[in-house]
Design a protein around this ligand. Structure first.
Ligand SMILES: Nc1nc2c(c(=O)[nH]1)N[C@H]1C(S)=C(S)[C@@H](COP(=O)(O)OP(=O)(O)OC[C@H]3O[C@@H](n4cnc5c(=O)[nH]c(N)nc54)[C@H](O)[C@@H]3O)O[C@H]1N2
Ligand SMILES: Nc1nc2c(c(=O)[nH]1)N[C@H]1C(S)=C(S)[C@@H](COP(=O)(O)OP(=O)(O)OC[C@H]3O[C@@H](n4cnc5c(=O)[nH]c(N)nc54)[C@H](O)[C@@H]3O)O[C@H]1N2
Ligand SMILES: [Mo]
Length: 779
């Protein structure tokens, strides 16, 4: 057989795959990509590896005794291989039983997660379509990425967070007009590798270089210097983590006191500034939020805060907000306050100024967007109205019937009997994994579609093995990217793996729902239909996409050149509103930027009131808990992978130290604890503990440690009973340490970046890492 070349796409880029005799013999970066990501090179390494789940499996005592809340066994038992036919039947019976006996709201199908790129084999869409046909499920709302932003931004700016994020001012405008870019949470180049749906050309580094060439000054406000690349020669200010709002208030006060704020802009475009000003000046609470006040909270000298305020005024100032600064306790406030600051500067709606949400945190933000709908797999309608804010999953499982507040309304947690998950990993993404492990024992059944034997698969009752992108045909598309990619199947499915579509078709067949689920179409026919709809949408919008066969034959299409003059570049966020706020008002009740929101004030939430404020985080370096746990933990995104995906691949493994995740410590903190470079250390607090390998650095402010997410959860069960005690992870998963608390009653977003820990040099009797060992499989 001759070598066969195909393209594939992923959330971290496109790649050219060469296959011979069903083996991947070449895996190259997509040639039009100026800055390809190494993350993809994890894939050829693991696609046929030992950790692939070879066939459907069932947890031993579930198979023997049937569904039940049977103590602590989930995650600790052997698995029994079964046939696909038996697996379809077990799953169909469970969905049917739970829906019949308890109602469909007893099925949790939120199934949060990034899964893989490709519009048809999108795991969540597939699962949601199936569950909708089966009568519905309890869903989740909003994301782990930006939940606080997703709720606060509509109140303040009157449109969805995604409109704000994805209709951002485009890079060309920033490069041409921005004088100073003030980046809260930095703009780490490791993060720009990734964009949901695909990113065939990584453009952030070159755009940042173009900004620099034209003279943009950069300010990195982050506990980590490395959150902005060195060659940009950024100023580095490192406030105590989670004190960004206090810093912004100090800046705002300086602007106001020195008359540097734009009163005319505020009068024309905003509402509620007077009420906010009374808070800023201390008129309402007796505390003046000036630079000296902010210095005390943030640790940044007052003169530095004042200097920064002056530098931001009277010129094109772009305030860039990472997503991390809202994944903290009271995360709503940093976004609200940044918008307030941009309004005070008179900058929202101007070419080089205003705010940006997630620039560089996702590689496609501020790229031109294609103004028509891409190919989508229809999910249908969910007849069940129950939902949770996504990060409240543990609370839901632990507290059925309890009530929770969310965005002005009160709801009740349903009593979940069946958890059905495809394409996400809560043992990666959820804060406080010891609490999750306890909660995870509560449902009667857990069904999971997974590719690899990670912690998610190990904590399931019924595991259905899924094929990777290389084993199926799909269409790669993202609205922030000009390439649409024919993701052709490169190799045969490994072991007995099937696509999520094939699995759910099989299950639906046992429930007489297969015709409704597939509409009589197979994979190839669905791709044609989805592409055809996309092509029609394009035609209506004046874009000529070639026919499906041409697209498939060519391997990709490039819709238009983003560089094309007069193309989609030249976009300025909120430009119409800026041009004429009467003609193009915002969608807020006032039609203006709501520095004060009557709606939010009317909710009467003590933790999110009518205008942006500084609230002390539940734990932080300035609080009492810092006496016991004096280090702030940054559990940020990993450089060499996407979340937990392919942690066992060679690129990810190369970063490990003694087989464990690397944790960065400031040199002084390490010295004070007798920790040397390369030592294995133990991180702990009153929620849990994990082991990791130490890296010492001066690029991290003292008092802060950094342990990226993504190490496959490797709990020490057995000798460390999980129930009612502190469990340990052997591999360096920071979520064993993080706190599971909502940002506030408003958004209930996750607060991963609000956690304190202590670190010590590990003792001699280190537990062996078992994250990449196979579970027990019996016959
Ligand atoms: N401490 C801390 N925790 C965090 C964060 C943080 O900053 N700090 N960040 C949070 C954020 S922003 C996010 S978005 C979440 C991410 O959390 P997740 O999106 O849940 O993490 P992933 O590891 O991407 O999980 C995807 C899973 O889907 C599987 N998969 C891949 N392709 C397919 C497929 O086609 N079908 C099926 N069935 N499965 C597939 C993969 O093997 C993997 O196990 O984590 C959150 N957690
Ligand atoms: N390589 C890679 N890229 C990714 C991902 C991945 O898994 N791998 N995940 C993607 C996803 S799903 C998302 S949502 C985005 C997330 O994008 P972000 O949320 O912006 O990313 P993080 O890496 O969590 O945080 C960025 C930086 O914020 C800083 N930081 C943390 N807390 C604070 C604080 O309180 N104040 C300030 N000023 N700074 C703080 C940390 O130093 C950290 O390095 O990244 C995306 N990009
Ligand atoms: Mo995310």
């Amino acid at each position: 057989m001759t070598d066969q070349k195909t393209l594939t796409s992923s959330h971290w880029g496109a790649y050219e795959v060469t296959v011979k005799d069903d083996e991947v013999i070449g895996f190259e970066d997509f040639s039009p990509d100026p800055t390809p990501s190494a993350i993809g090179h994890n894939l050829p390494d693991v696609v046929k590896g030992d950790l692939r789940i070879s066939q459907p499996m069932v947890r031993a005592s579930w198979l023997e005794n049937g569904p039940s809340q049977d103590g602590n066994k989930r995650g600790q038992e052997a698995f029994v291989p079964i046939s696909w036919d038996k697996a379809y039947e077990l799953v169909a019976n469970e969905v049917t039983r739970v829906a019949r006996d308890h109602g469909n709201q007893a099925i949790y199908g939120g199934s949060y997660g990034w899964a893989s790129a490709g519009r048809f084999h999108h795991a969540q869409s597939q699962l949601h379509r199936f569950l909708n046909l089966a009568g519905g499920y309890t869903r989740s709302v909003n994301t782990y990425s930006s939940a606080a932003g997703e709720v606060i931004v509509p109140h303040v700016l009157g449109h969805s967070f995604y409109q704000a994020e994805f209709q951002a001012t485009t890079w060309d405008m920033l490069a041409e007009h921005c004088d100073i870019m003030v980046m809260f949470g930095g703009m780490a180049s490791k993060n720009g590798q990734v964009h949901p749906g695909g990113i065939s050309r990584h453009m952030v580094p070159s755009w940042m270089a173009r900004c620099k060439d034209r003279g943009t000054e950069f300010v990195n406000i982050s506990p980590q210097k490395s959150d902005v690349d060195d060659h940009l020669q950024s100023q580095w200010l490192s406030p105590r983590p989670n004190t960004d709002v206090a810093l912004m208030l100090g800046i705002a006060h300086t602007l106001w006191r020195e008359g540097l704020h734009d009163a005319a802009y505020l009068a024309r475009y905003a509402t509620g500034f007077e009420t906010f000003l009374a808070y800023l000046t201390g008129e309402t609470d007796g505390s003046v939020k000036d630079a000296v006040w902010a210095a005390d909270i943030t640790g940044i000298p007052a003169t530095d805060i004042e200097t920064l305020a002056r530098r931001m005024a009277g010129r094109a100032c772009f305030i860039s907000l990472s997503l991390s600064v809202q994944r903290v306790d009271h995360g709503e406030q940093s976004y609200w306050m940044a918008i307030t600051l941009a309004a005070m500067l008179g900058q929202l709606g101007t070419a080089g100024g205003g705010v940006g949400f997630g620039n560089g945190a996702l590689g496609g933000v501020s790229n031109p967007r294609f103004p028509f709908k891409g190919p989508t797999f229809p999910q249908g309608k969910n007849p069940v109205s129950d939902f949770i804010p996504v990060a409240r999953v543990t609370d839901m499982l632990l507290n059925p019937g309890a009530s929770f507040d969310f965005n002005g309304t009160t709801h009740t947690y349903p009593d979940i009997r069946l958890v059905y998950w495809a394409g996400g990993n809560p043992f990666h993404h959820q804060m406080d994994l010891n609490k999750l492990v306890r909660a995870w024992q509560k449902p009667e059944t857990v069904i999971v579609h997974e590719i690899y034997w990670n912690a998610m698969a190990r904590h399931a009752d019924i595991i259905l093995p899924v094929s990777t992108v290389l084993e199926r045909n799909d269409i790669g598309y993202s609205a922030a990217d000009p390439y649409v990619i024919a993701m052709k199947q490169a190799i045969e499915p490994v072991g007995q793996a099937q696509s999520d579509f094939a699995i759910l078709t099989g299950v639906a067949g046992k429930m007489d729902l297969d015709q409704a689920f597939t509409e009589g179409l197979d994979e190839a026919e669905w791709l044609r239909r989805m592409y055809g709809e996309f092509q029609n949408n394009g035609t209506e919008a004046g874009f000529d996409a070639p026919d499906f066969d041409v697209f498939w034959q060519e391997g990709y299409i490039k819709l238009a050149s983003p560089e094309k003059p007069g193309g989609y570049h030249g976009k300025v966020y909120l430009k119409d509103f800026h041009t004429d706020p009467e003609l193009s008002p915002l969608g807020t009740p006032s039609g203006r930027i709501e520095i004060f929101s009557e709606t939010i004030e009317s909710f009467n939430y003590p933790d999110c009131q009518g205008h942006p404020r500084w609230y002390e985080p539940v734990e932080w370096l300035g609080g009492d808990q810092a006496k016991d746990f004096p280090l702030h933990l940054l559990s940020n995104q990993p450089k060499s992978k996407l979340h937990s995906q392919m942690d066992h691949g060679k690129i990810s493994r190369a970063d490990k130290i003694n087989g464990r995740a690397p944790v960065t410590l400031n040199r002084q903190d390490a010295a004070a604890r007798g920790i040397a470079d390369g030592d294995t250390v133990r991180l702990y607090n009153d929620r849990g503990a994990c082991y990791a390998g130490a890296i010492l650095s001066d690029d991290l402010m003292p008092g802060v440690v950094q342990l990226a997410t993504g190490a496959w959860f490797d709990p020490l069960y057995g000798n460390h009973p999980v129930r009612n005690s502190v469990g340990t992870d052997r591999h360096g998963n920071p979520n064993i340490l993080t706190r599971d608390k909502g940002t506030s009653r408003l958004a209930q977003g996750p607060t991963a970046h609000t956690s304190l820990v202590e670190v010590e040099k590990a003792q001699e009797d280190l537990p062996e890492v078992r994250a990449f060992a196979l579970p027990d499989i019996t016959s």
